[in-house]
Design a protein. Structure first.
Lengths: 114, 111
């Protein structure tokens, strides 16, 4: 059974203080990973897909990286508007099958203080 | 684009009442999903529909039923609501290997 663990559960930063969020997973084979952002009262919003170890994706102050066993979401010089819960999820081994169900981590609640 | 639309946004029920949560997507996606999200538990899959005409149980299906009405619409029904079903419910849709797109949720309280 796939397992996804995110750490820390909560992270409080000062504006401009860079840090990283971790998503580690135990899966039968690496087949990619999704990062989502969730604002209070909203549904998760897609950020990145990473498909293979060594891949990196960037969007504004966020950069996601992937190894064989974990992914990091690096936040450079964060602003208060980056405050949200960040979720990661792994797809099933066979993405083309009818049994396609994502396994989500429980998320990291990021708070950026001005 | 509307994406995934869920109705209602908020609802309060009494124990034993029934209710249907509605979800519609305008992206022509084949697959649709219902999740519940509770503090400390993360997102848990209730039911999903890989394509029109098919539905399958997820991780926590007890107490729920679903209907894939057509390609656009996927509803979730609580036949006899219980306080343990107080949660935020999210609908999502997907096509191929693309990421799931989520609605903004229905916040359900059962007294």
């Amino acid at each position: 059974e796939d397992q996804v663990t995110q750490s820390p559960e909560a992270l409080r930063l000062q504006e401009g203080e860079s840090s990283s969020l971790n998503c580690s997973y135990t899966v039968s084979g690496l087949r990619g990973l999704f990062w989502y952002r969730q604002d209070p009262g909203k549904g998760p919003e897609f950020l990145f897909t990473l498909y293979s170890a060594g891949e990196e994706k960037e969007k504004e102050r966020l950069k996601a990286t992937l190894t064989k066993k974990e992914s990091f979401l690096h936040i450079t010089a964060p602003k208060p508007e980056d405050s949200a819960t960040y979720l990661c999820a792994v797809p099933p081994l066979f993405s083309g099958g009818s049994n396609y169900k994502l396994t989500f981590g429980k998320g990291t609640l990021l708070t950026v203080n001005p | 684009n509307a994406g995934v639309t869920q109705t209602p946004k908020f609802q309060v029920l009494k124990t034993g009442q029934s209710m249907t949560l509605q979800c519609a997507q305008d992206m022509n996606h084949n697959s649709m999903y219902w999740y519940r999200q509770d503090p400390g538990m993360g997102l848990r899959l209730i039911y999903y529909s890989a394509s029109e005409g098919t539905t399958d149980k997820g991780e926590v299906p007890n107490g729920y039923n679903v209907s894939r009405l057509n390609k656009r619409e996927f509803s979730l029904r609580l036949e006899s609501a219980a306080p343990s079903q107080t949660s935020v419910y999210f609908c999502a849709s997907r096509e191929g290997a693309q990421p799931q797109h989520f609605g903004d949720g229905t916040r359900l309280s059962i007294l």
